[in-house]
Design a protein around this ligand. Structure first.
Ligand code: F0G
Length: 498
């Protein structure tokens, strides 16, 4: 560190201490020391917290206090979804703006802290999500702080040096849902709920069941019968959720749950809940931090219910608005060909309206035909100049095996990102000197059946695999049964080399 850098670091440190101690330093200070109130939905003093955040309808712009949201999180005026906003941020311009250097310093320092809330990759950025009465109430499993890996093999194959994977599957329950669940579960507990619930293709239910157990709350899971990966179902059971398998798809499960929460005091934890997205925006902060606050050129995200792409777009937008970064990455959303309502919407009318589809894909996590957050995701793609593409079952399977061969692995839904990138490179949409980050959303062990079927050659039909057979065969590593002798094992080894 040279003299001027040292000076700057000392200044940032001083600024941080001031931010944390000085009782007159505005929204940031309030977010650090928000009132500690007992959970009580009727407590008028709770408005102290609502002064830090409010909910704004994405459709008609109506604004309400957080505690006034209806059980289904739909706007009473127009039926659209809400976004969390922080009115203090717009009032604090000019010299009152937070010092970006001080914030960056504070967030980095917290990584070395032993406090659970500082150790969380969500709550260490808590100045940008002041949604709780007290951060001491955060329900955390030390989520976030996930690795950003260089994809060495794929970057060579595609001719893109700077190709990275942000592996959200390395979260405590094995998916990106943990970052959203810590935020929304903490709100549920502060607001005094005993029961929480979600409809899920598997990962949301695993995350919700775990965080509910940590919070001492009871959880209800609605899943499509026979259409979720066993790893995910086993997690919901292990963490103690009441699990109902319904003769319905994900969209049907969510519709039913929406009716249930209107009749019973159960807190809805699907991504229609805007607090989920506040947690899910934080990987954007981690990515920016990893690039020393120079954002990558492209971010590629799988699309299902479209909460995650919306959340990451919000995260990058807020960083830019607060002067922490200079620009946003292009954000592209990739869907499976058989579950592609947003792709169709962009083809038909540039994302102005969406027709639900009946969804079919082996990437069960994204088997969703009527995505709730499509308007928000469409706005993110439009605002950042990203693309919306779909990929076939064979392209997904191949990309998943390629990510496996990098020593990382991921679940099928995550692999749509690499499959989509290959298409974008072929179309000339991404140049070799650009920096690309793929968001891998789930761990490879979530859906071991899919992986085994691929390697045994029983996953895809002949028709699906047509045109890709050579590439698939090159990646297949089926287990072979051999005699328990050195000669037999060495013969098998020779066979695999030959
Ligand atoms: N990847 C994985 C592994 C997922 O589990 C999901 C969604 C997505 C991508 C799509 O994210 O919905 O925000 O666009 N899973 C949900 C669930 C629907 O219930 O676990 P999205």
């Amino acid at each position: 560190m040279d003299g001027s850098q040292k000076c700057e670091a000392e200044e940032n440190q001083k600024d941080c201490s001031r931010l944390e101690r000085d009782s007159d330093c505005g929204w940031l200070q309030k977010s650090l020391h928000a009132g500690r109130l007992t959970p009580d939905r009727n407590n008028k003093d709770k408005r102290m917290n609502d002064n830090l955040h409010q909910l704004r309808c994405f459709g008609c712009g109506a604004r309400i206090a957080g505690a006034e949201a209806l059980p289904d999180f739909r706007c009473a005026e127009c039926g659209d979804l809400f976004e969390v906003e922080y009115p203090g941020w717009v009032q604090r311009k000019g010299p009152d703006r937070p010092n970006p250097g001080a914030l960056k310093w504070l967030w980095r320092e917290r990584r070395a802290s032993s406090e659970a809330v500082d150790h969380s990759g969500v709550w260490r950025f808590r100045e940008l999500l002041p949604i709780l009465d007290s951060f001491g109430n955060a329900v955390t499993l030390r989520e976030g702080n996930t690795p950003l890996y260089h994809l060495t093999r794929s970057s060579k194959a595609l001719g893109i040096d700077q190709l990275f994977a942000k592996h959200q599957g390395m979260n405590p329950t094995g998916s990106f849902k943990d970052t959203g669940m810590t935020a929304a579960m903490s709100v549920a507990r502060e607001r005094g709920f005993e029961w929480v619930a979600c409809a899920s293709t598997g990962n949301t239910s695993a995350a919700m069941a775990a965080y509910a157990a940590r919070a001492g709350l009871k959880s209800l899971v609605l899943i499509p019968d026979g259409k979720i990966a066993w790893g995910k179902l086993s997690q919901a059971m292990d963490y103690g959720a009441v699990t109902c398998q319904l003769k319905a798809d994900f969209d049907g499960c969510l519709t039913l749950l929406t009716q249930i929460v209107k009749e019973a005091p159960i807190y809805l934890l699907n991504s229609v809940n805007p607090y989920r997205l506040e947690g899910q925006k934080t990987p954007a902060f981690e990515i920016a931090e990893a690039f020393d606050w120079n954002v990558p050129d492209h971010l590629i995200v799988p699309g299902g219910n479209l909460g995650n792409s919306s959340a990451l777009g919000k995260g990058f937008r807020e960083l830019q608005e607060l002067g922490l970064t200079a620009r946003m990455p292009r954000i592209s959303v990739i869907q499976a060909e058989g579950a592609n309502p947003l792709v169709r919407s962009f083809e038909a009318n540039q994302g102005a309206s969406l027709e639900p589809v009946e969804a079919h894909t082996r990437a069960t996590a994204i088997r969703i035909g009527n995505p709730a957050s499509w308007r928000k995701a469409a706005r993110v793609i439009q605002d950042t100049g990203g693309w919306c593409l779909d990929v076939t079952e064979a392209e997904i399977a191949l990309a998943k095996a390629e990510i496996g061969a990098e020593g990382l692995g991921c679940e099928p839904a995550s692999a749509v990102t690499l499959a989509g990138l290959k298409k974008l490179v072929k179309q000339g949409a991404i140049a070799p000197n650009e920096t690309v980050v793929l968001v891998l959303t789930g761990h490879t062990l979530k859906d071991a059946d899919y992986t085994i079927d691929f390697h045994r050659g029983t996953l895809l039909t002949e028709q699906e695999a047509a045109g890709y057979t050579k590439e698939i065969e090159a990646l297949q590593r089926n287990a072979v049964v051999v005699d328990a002798t050195p000669a037999a094992v060495l013969a098998a080894l020779k066979g695999s080399l030959g």
